[in-house]
Ligand binder design. Structure first.
Ligand SMILES: [Zn+2]
Length: 270
């Protein structure tokens, strides 16, 4: 069994060199998962945008990815995302652990529970009409606290609170959209955090995310245009920190789960 899964966003693609690539068939399509050692532990790694970074956010097969990790027995997922800053106090390159999200995606298949597909979690069939709760914590508090402790130990600055707004894409947001998101309470904006986080909760898998501010959102910080290259340039400067954070945090994540994430399906397990 593999305990930890990592879903790497833009730039985080080479965490586990010399790892074994597995094609995993799921009821939702194929997932490509690398199995290898990282931070003294066997982990499963998924490059979210594919090996060649050719899958745009709206085409990522989030369901296949999360279900494949479930099939491997993964109980904890750490994801990374490149984000734009809505909150003008955020600086480029800042690392944030979001504590909540607002899902503004429009066209994504965002649930496993369509009433047709048989869903199996840790050997048990899940039955009934399922609506998982995103409370008391939207993201796993145990993973978030391991990441925060790792950052203290390493002296890597991070902000351990923030609201992640997820858009459908594929374009970047308009200035009016960003203004609206700021009023709604959003701090950062990206295109990949949803439905990924909620799908993990639907399978009672712990999930937390490391977001790296790679650009200012439209109308923030006086920047009006940004290219993918600009996004990658800022991100690559923080790649080393993200790798160190992941390696240091993994041993700090308790082996036994005490968080509520593990009980997300308790009432539906037959
Ligand atoms: Zn948890």
């Amino acid at each position: 069994m593999v305990r930890i899964g990592i879903i790497g966003g833009s730039g985080v693609y080479h965490l586990i060199e010399d790892s074994e690539l597995r094609r995993i068939g799921t009821p939702f399509g194929l997932a490509y998962v690398y199995l290898g050692e990282f931070g003294d532990e066997e982990i499963a790694f998924i490059p979210r945008h594919g090996k060649k970074h050719d899958i745009p956010p709206f085409k990522v097969n989030y369901k296949a990815n999360i279900y494949a990790l479930n099939m491997l027995g993964v109980e904890r997922i750490i994801a990374s995302n490149a984000v734009g800053a809505i909150n003008p106090k955020l600086k480029l390159g800042t690392i944030i652990l979001p504590h909540d999200f607002i899902d503004l995606t429009k066209c994504r298949d965002s649930t496993f529970y369509d009433g047709k597909t048989e869903i199996i979690v840790r050997g048990r069939n899940i039955e009934g009409v399922i609506h998982v709760s995103m409370t008391p914590y939207t993201y796993c508090p145990e993973i978030r606290s391991a990441l925060a402790n790792a950052s203290n130990q390493l002296g890597i600055h991070l902000i351990d609170r923030g609201v992640y707004v997820c858009t459908e894409g594929n374009r970047f947001e308009t200035p009016a959209e960003i203004k609206a998101m700021a009023i709604m309470g959003g701090d950062i904006v990206g295109m990949t955090g949803c439905p990924e986080a909620a799908l993990a909760r639907e399978l009672a898998i712990c999930y937390a995310s490391i977001s790296i501010v790679t650009n200012y959102a439209a109308g923030i910080g006086g920047r009006e245009k940004l290219t993918h290259q600009e996004v990658l340039d800022v991100f690559s400067r923080r790649l080393e920190d993200v790798s160190k954070l992941l390696a240091r945090s993994i041993p700090l994540i308790p082996r036994e789960r005490s968080c509520a994430c593990k009980d997300a399906l308790a009432e539906f397990l037959k």
